[in-house]
Design a protein around this ligand. Structure first.
Ligand SMILES: Nc1nc2c(c(=O)[nH]1)N[C@H]1C(S)=C(S)[C@@H](COP(=O)(O)O)O[C@H]1N2
Ligand SMILES: [Mo]
Length: 244
């Protein structure tokens, strides 16, 4: 079973009306529903604007250029260039807090690869751009006892993890841009993690904290059954083409 599926059909804080409505239509199998009229009808019912649905329910529909909007939190505060902060702490010699301007001033890396969600959807050739996570780790001075990273998010709920070796890969970014635009709120802006070689659940949206730890602490979906090492095509019992 795929835990994300149950999240999608029964998200935290979903108004009962929606849940009943979706239950009536039997949308557990929405992956096979593709009639455009039905999609539009559902989007209208859910408020008309897919990217305004904090529950991610409309995210089950094929929209947004192939992307689904996912959030396990019912609502997420908006952070601007003035209010956003990213903290780097834990087993480091120089903990610090970055503003968006600080992050923009660092060297930027642009990668163009396929995005692959563990529920099956894939978005080919998606540009992501930002600061290599390794750059922030080097600046922080990671201590020798460190083994892993814990990521936290300003949605107050989602968490993720990487081993230190994974985190130091050149295709792991603290991303400021996606599809050659600043990352909008719904895609996890202003700053999200981007872990190119792994299933998209590793790419934590609304990133607010990077804590260096002495062991991997499984993230939100991983506690619910997803693989901690989430290589595309080599985890979660899936055989997708690698994204790199
Ligand atoms: N904070 C946060 N990050 C998250 C999620 C989430 O619910 N909350 N969902 C994950 C999953 S399962 C996927 S597939 C992608 C979806 O990203 P998108 O909404 O930009 O398409 O975000 C990942 N990062
Ligand atoms: Mo996902």
């Amino acid at each position: 079973m795929n835990p994300e599926r149950s999240e999608a059909s029964e998200p935290k804080g979903t108004p009962v009306g929606r849940r009943v409505f979706l239950g009536t239509l039997g949308l557990g199998a929405l992956g096979v529903v593709a009639a455009p009229t039905l999609q539009r009808g559902l989007e209208n019912f859910l408020g008309g604007v897919a990217d305004k649905d904090p529950t991610g329910l409309t995210g089950l529909l094929p929209n947004g250029g192939g992307f689904r909007y996912y959030s396990v939190a019912a609502s997420v505060p908006h952070k601007s260039a003035t209010t956003y902060r990213l903290t780097v702490d834990g087993l480091v010699d120089h903990p610090r807090s970055y503003t968006l301007a600080d992050l923009r001033a660092l060297p930027q890396t642009r990668l163009v690869k396929d995005v692959q969600c563990v529920t099956g959807w894939r978005v080919p050739g998606t540009p992501f751009e930002g600061v290599r996570l390794s750059t922030l780790l080097d600046a922080a001075g990671v201590r020798s006892s460190a083994k892993a990273i814990r990521f936290t998010c300003f949605d107050g709920t989602y968490t993720e993890s990487l081993t230190l070796d994974q985190a130091r890969r050149p295709d792991v970014l603290v991303a400021l841009r996606m599809q050659d635009k600043n990352i909008g709120h719904d895609h996890g802006g202003p700053v999200r993690l981007y872990v190119a070689p792994m299933y998209f659940y590793k790419s934590a949206k609304w990133l607010s904290g990077i804590t260096v730890t002495d062991r991997v602490k499984p993230g939100y979906w991983e506690k619910l059954g997803y693989d901690v090492d989430a290589w595309v095509g080599r985890s979660n019992g899936r055989t997708d083409e690698p994204t790199s």
